[in-house]
Design a protein around this ligand. Structure first.
Ligand SMILES: CC(C)(COP(=O)(O)OP(=O)(O)OC[C@H]1O[C@@H](n2cnc3c(N)ncnc32)[C@H](O)[C@@H]1OP(=O)(O)O)[C@@H](O)C(=O)NCCC(=O)NCCS
Length: 176
């Protein structure tokens, strides 16, 4: 079903302790793909982890609409030891452990959904929280950073996805 939230102010919800939100970067594609795969029951979103990474790569390439990096967010678990780059050795490009950032959730927004029935407004093409970080308010924190008083936000959800529907209703999304 297609849901839409009219433009309205939204109180940003803080992320859970130890979690930081930031805009996604191209370096996030692989860890994002892995968390995307882990976040759905096997076979629901993608059949394999490589497929999930490829799907995220296609998302960045614009296959599901122009990805709005500034409006999207990834969640980083700063308590995960992989976040500690103190003793990390820079790789050949001079990057420090960027590929190892422990991404535990994301909300990805495109400028407009690529489907014929998508309304002409920003579209949330994906939101997920790693199973180890559920019911701590992470998806709510991610989504409230995507909501603005200036524009509606639309999304599509499976009719039987009860957790997601409960989350969206709470944030003011209604059937379009
Ligand atoms: C849906 C999903 C993103 C929720 O992530 P989350 O970080 O656990 O959600 P939050 O902790 O922010 O939940 C906020 C509110 O949403 C509702 N909610 C979230 N999960 C719920 C569940 N399993 N059952 C009922 N309500 C739920 C509750 O109202 C919750 O508030 P509460 O915990 O105070 O009761 C997560 O279950 C997920 O990644 N699912 C797989 C991917 C997916 O289906 N994405 C949506 C695609 S349309």
């Amino acid at each position: 079903m297609l849901l839409i939230r009219p433009p309205a102010p939204a109180d940003p919800s803080p992320p859970p302790a130890g979690i930081a939100l930031r805009a996604p970067t191209p370096e996030d594609i692989e860890p994002l793909g892995r968390t995307y795969f882990a976040s759905y029951p096997p076979g629901v979103a993608c059949a394999t982890e490589p497929e999930a990474i490829e799907d995220i790569r296609r998302t960045y390439a614009g296959e599901y609409g122009v990805l709005d990096l500034a409006a999207s967010r990834v969640a980083i678990d700063q308590t995960d030891s992989r976040s500690d780059t103190t003793n990390a050795v820079p790789d050949h490009r001079g990057f420090l452990a960027v590929d190892l950032q422990p991404i535990v959730g994301a909300a990805l927004v495109v400028e407009r959904g690529p489907w014929d029935d998508a309304p002409d407004c920003p579209f949330l093409i994906e939101v997920f929280t790693h199973p180890t970080h559920r019911r701590q308010g992470l998806a709510q924190a991610l989504l409230t950073t995507c909501l603005t008083p200036d524009a509606p936000l639309a999304l599509r959800v499976q009719d039987n996805n009860t957790p997601a529907i409960a989350l969206y209703q709470r944030l003011g999304f209604r059937p379009s």
